[in-house]
Write a protein that binds this ligand. Structure first.
Ligand SMILES: Cc1cc2nc3c(=O)[nH]c(=O)nc-3n(C[C@H](O)[C@H](O)[C@H](O)COP(=O)(O)OP(=O)(O)OC[C@H]3O[C@@H](n4cnc5c(N)ncnc54)[C@H](O)[C@@H]3O)c2cc1C
Length: 400
C-alpha cells in the first residue's frame, strides 16, 4: 500500500516509521529539514516524555483526554523509551524535575537524528521543501495530495501530521487547518502553555525575579483551578512552568474576561506562623525577619509596594501586618490576556475529535484519511506529555 504522511515533526516521523513496516511511505515536509519544532523543545534539551505510569498521563491532558485512550495504550511512554533504547539514543529521567525524561546529552537534535536515521533505514521516501496545499478526495475517500508546485501525488492512505499554529517559523503555522476545514470541523484555536499578561503596573518592578513552589489559583465557571510550581515575573506579567500550565485551563475564559489570579508565595506556611515570623525579632525591620523565606529582591519590592520597607517589626500595626500576609499568601493579580498563539508552546483546538475514530485515528468523514499529533484538538500540560501525544498518535495512525 502507498502511504503519504504530511509533516515531518514528531508525530509524522513516528507515523512514517510505524507505517513503513508494511507499506511504501512518502513523508512530505515543507521545510528543508525534519523536526524544526522538535529541535526547540525543552529549551533545546527535548523533554521527550514523562516517567510516570501511562495511567497518570490522562490527568495531564487538558483537552479531550478520553480520545487519547487507544493512542496512549498502543504506544506508551515505556514503548517510546524502549524504541529510543534500541536505537541507541540515551536518555535520563529527572526525578526531582517532575519525572521529566530528557536526552542524556541535553541535545534535542539527537532525537531528530535518531528518527531520521531510522526513516532512512526503513526506506521512507522523504521529500523536503514541498508544501501540501490540498487533499485529492474522490467519492468521500482521499486518494492523494496536491503540493504548492501543483504536483499531484497519489496514495492509498494519507496521514495528516502538520502540527498546530504556534511558533509558526517552525513550519506549523496553522495553514493546514484552512485546508482541512473544507472537509472537517476545526474547533476554535486558543493559545495553550503561554505566558500571561498582568494588569497591575507594579509587577514591572519584579521583572526577572523567579520564585519556586508558588501556588496559584483562580475561579473559572465557579470551579477552582489551582497549579503549583515555579514562576518568573516578566515586563508584561508572569511566565514559568506553573503559569504555562495554568494558562491552558483558563485560555478560553481569558479571551472574553479578565481573571483574578491568587498567588500564594508561601504555601507551606500558615497565616499564624507567618504572623509569628514577621514579629519574631521586634527590633529588626520586617524585611530582616522575612528574608530567609523568599528571595530578597522579591521581598524588597513587595514591601516597597506596601510602603513598609523601613518599618520595624515592633512598629507594625495589625492592619499592616495583614497587608503583608495578604501580599505574600493571597496576592490578587488581574490577568488580562496571554502572549498569544505565536509564542504559546501548544495549540488548543484543531480537527474535532468527534470526527475522528479514536481507535484508529481515521477520519469518520473521508475514508483513508488519518490524523496524528497537534493538528488534532488535543493538548496537555508541560512535562513531556505533548510529545508523547505526538508519538503515540503517530504510531497508532501509522500502524493501522
Ligand atoms: C518552544 C516549545 C517547546 C516545547 N517543548 C516541549 C517539550 O519539551 N516536551 C513536549 O512534550 N512538548 C513540547 N512542546 C510541544 C511539542 O513540540 C509539540 O506538541 C509537538 O512537536 C507536536 O508534534 P507534531 O508532529 O504534531 O507537530 P510539529 O512538530 O509542529 O510538526 C509538524 C510538521 O509539519 C510540517 N508541515 C506543516 N504544514 C505542512 C504542509 N502543508 N505541507 C508539508 N509540511 C507541513 C511542519 O513544517 C512541521 O515540520 C514544545 C513546543 C514549543 C513551541
Amino acid at each position: 500500500m502507498k502511504v503519504i504522511v504530511i509533516g515531518g515533526g514528531a508525530s509524522g516521523m513516528m507515523a512514517s516509521l510505524a507505517s513503513s513496516k508494511n507499506n511504501q511511505v512518502t513523508l512530505i515536509e515543507r521545510n528543508d529539514e525534519l523536526g524544526k519544532k522538535l529541535k526547540i523543545t525543552g529549551g533545546g534539551r527535548c523533554n521527550i516524555t514523562n516517567n510516570r505510569e501511562i495511567e497518570d498521563f490522562f490527568d495531564k491532558v487538558v483537552t479531550n483526554r478520553k480520545f487519547l485512550y487507544s493512542s496512549f495504550y498502543s504506544f506508551t511512554n515505556r514503548d517510546l523509551l524502549n524504541y529510543f533504547n534500541k536505537n541507541n539514543l540515551e536518555y535520563k529521567v529527572e526525578h526531582d524535575n517532575d519525572e521529566k525524561v530528557y536526552t542524556k546529552s541535553d541535545k534535542s537534535i539527537e532525537v531528530i537524528e535518531t528518527l531520521k536515521k531510522d526513516l532512512i533505514k526503513n526506506k521512507v521516501n522523504i521529500i523536503y521543501n514541498k508544501k501540501v496545499i490540498d487533499l485529492i478526495v474522490e467519492n468521500n475517500a482521499v486518494i492523494g495530495v496536491i503540493t504548492q508546485d501543483n504536483d499531484k501525488i497519489f496514495a492509498d492512505k494519507v496521514i495528516v501530521a502538520t502540527g498546530g499554529k504556534s511558533y509558526p517559523h517552525t513550519g506549523s503555522d496553522g495553514f493546514m487547518y484552512e485546508v482541512l476545514s473544507k472537509y472537517h470541523t476545526i474547533t476554535k484555536i486558543y493559545p495553550a502553555l503561554t505566558p500571561l499578561i498582568i494588569k497591575e503596573g507594579f509587577i514591572k518592578n519584579l521583572q526577572g525575579i523567579s520564585l519556586k513552589n508558588v501556588d496559584i489559583s483562580c475561579k473559572i465557571n465557579k470551579k477552582t483551578i489551582s497549579k503549583f510550581g515555579d514562576i518568573i515575573f516578566t515586563h508584561f506579567g508572569v511566565s514559568g512552568p506553573c503559569i504555562l500550565k495554568l494558562s491552558s485551563y483558563i485560555n478560553k475564559t481569558l479571551e472574553e474576561n479578565e481573571i483574578t489570579l491568587k498567588f500564594d508565595f508561601l504555601p507551606n506556611i500558615g497565616i499564624e506562623d507567618l504572623s509569628k515570623i514577621i514579629r519574631k525579632n521586634p527590633n529588626k525591620n520586617i524585611f530582616n525577619n522575612l528574608k530567609s523565606l523568599l528571595p530578597s529582591n522579591f521581598l524588597k519590592e513587595i514591601l516597597n509596594h506596601l510602603n513598609l520597607s523601613e518599618v520595624k517589626s515592633s512598629d507594625l500595626s495589625k492592619k499592616d501586618e495583614a497587608r503583608i500576609i495578604e501580599s505574600l499568601k493571597n496576592l490578587n493579580l488581574t490577568c488580562i490576556g496571554s502572549k498569544g498563539i505565536k509564542t504559546s508552546q501548544v495549540t488548543c483546538g484543531g480537527v474535532s475529535v468527534k470526527e475522528i475514530n479514536s481507535s484508529t485515528l481515521e477520519s469518520k468523514i473521508i475514508k483513508n484519511l488519518y490524523f496524528c499529533g497537534e493538528v488534532i484538538d488535543v493538548d496537555a500540560e508541560t512535562g513531556g506529555y505533548n510529545l508523547q501525544i505526538a508519538f503515540s498518535t503517530g504510531y497508532l495512525a501509522g500502524s493501522i
